[in-house]
Write a protein that binds this ligand. Structure first.
Ligand code: ADP
Ligand code: MG
Length: 385
């Protein structure tokens, strides 16, 4: 479906309304308990109301489209350099790339995906053979699992399915069952040898915490090859965003971070020049509440229960998409203090929001982040720790 392009000039209230509009269209990512997700692009926002799109490659204005892939809304803004390729072909290609990442490599739902094949043979002693790309992304995941001391752990699959935050059961699973599955979690049980992957225990691999970032890496690789694209802003489900190249107007990219307690509004905006990846993990994305306690989808692999490190959200800015996405999950589990050395190791920046509504920034992002929401305190000094 081609979408009618509606420019919304940026008052923050209007942006919030636009985000809700997109949410209304993308009903499946906006079910009870979820927000629009962690990050939204700031600036021109289009609705998916149908009608003619801007197809002129010559136009100074960008081409914008709202689509759907990886189970979520994908907002694309493309700045073309010439007329070699139509921007509509670029956006269609990008959606195809995300669909491919999901169905061929990462999905545990799609029977013939690589991850499904690994999980099928888990605990049997017979390794699964996967695509080069899948093997490379598992290698990345293992590196971050190790560097984060297991805060990010790709063998969390069965536990994650037990909690089933997507399914809307809104029930705490049986504690004995949580304990039993948590025992099998452990990235050290993944044996990767070239393209052969063996899961020693009967756990399951879940690369969901890095999936959208992996998608953004693949998009970046494609854009590097695509002729005629000057710049692009691709927002996958709000929680992973790629800023690519430049607009050509001399202005930086603006990426807005959602307010974790009012995800229809914005906590603040990040200003970025050039190509970056931005990923957010938050306790507001998928959760339910029982007796006033929030149970959310980011699990502590050591306990099998939702991570409880005093944070509501973490946004990471990094040069690599898969790392960025996995790091945001790892940082959420680790908490602010323990996450700092991990981010430093990856040369990444972070925006942490704790449950006391304090916002902590790493040094390299202080001049690039503007707090917008009321009711939050920017802790400028403590961030220097
Ligand atoms: P989202 O996918 O909503 O953008 P994240 O990137 O934080 O958010 O990924 C959360 C998903 O990752 C969960 O739905 C679950 O499948 C998986 N997951 C949860 N906790 C962990 C963890 N500690 N390590 C690795 N994966 C996790
Ligand atoms: Mg993540």
């Amino acid at each position: 479906m081609r979408n009618r392009r509606v420019k919304i000039r940026a008052t923050m209230r209007e942006l919030a309304v636009a985000a809700l509009l997109i949410c209304a269209v993308a009903f499946s990512s906006c079910t009870a308990g979820s927000g629009v997700a962690g990050v939204a692009e700031e600036g021109e926002v289009n609705t998916a109301a149908g009608g003619a799109a801007n197809t002129s490659a010559e136009s100074a204005a960008p081409y914008e489209e709202v689509g759907f892939a990886m189970g979520t809304v994908v907002n694309q803004t493309i700045y073309m350099r010439g007329e070699n390729l139509s921007p509509a072909a670029i956006t269609a290609e990008i959606i195809g790339i995300l669909e491919n990442v999901e169905s061929k490599w990462l999905s545990w739902r799609v029977e013939d995906s690589d991850i499904a094949a690994i999980n099928e043979s888990a605990g049997t002693g017979v390794p699964a053979r996967v695509a080069d790309e899948t093997a490379a992304y598992i290698e990345d995941a293992l590196r971050i699992a190790e560097d984060s001391g297991g805060a990010f752990d790709p063998t969390i699959g069965k536990l994650s399915r037990l909690w089933d935050f997507d399914g809307g059961k809104n029930k705490i699973p049986d504690s004995a069952e949580i304990k039993r599955l948590a025992k099998d979690v452990g990235y050290a049980g993944i044996r990767l040898d070239g393209r052969s992957v063996l899961l020693e225990k009967a756990s399951g691999i879940d690369l969901g915490a890095a999936g959208k970032g992996i998608g953004c890496d693949e998009i970046e690789a494609y854009l590097n090859e695509a002729d005629g694209v000057k710049g692009a802003l691709v927002n996958v489900g709000g929680s992973s965003i790629l800023t690519y190249g430049e607009k050509g107007t001399g202005e930086p990219w603006k990426v807005a971070v959602l307010d974790p307690r009012d995800p229809s509004g914005f906590l603040g905006a990040i200003s970025l020049d050039g190509t970056h990846h931005v990923s957010t993990s938050g306790d507001y994305e998928r959760y339910f509440e029982i007796d006033g306690k929030r149970y959310h989808h980011i699990l502590d692999p050591k306990t099998g229960y939702p991570a409880d490190s005093g944070l509501m959200s973490v946004t990471v800015v990094a040069k690599d998409g898969a790392d960025c996405d996995a790091l945001s999950t790892a940082c959420f589990v680790l908490g602010y203090e323990k996450a700092l050395p991990l981010l430093a190791k990856y040369g990444a920046e972070g925006i942490f929001v704790d449950t006391d509504r304090r916002v902590f920034l790493t040094e390299g992002i202080r001049d690039r982040f503007t707090l917008i929401a009321d009711g939050y305190d920017l802790e400028r000094e403590e961030g220097t720790k």
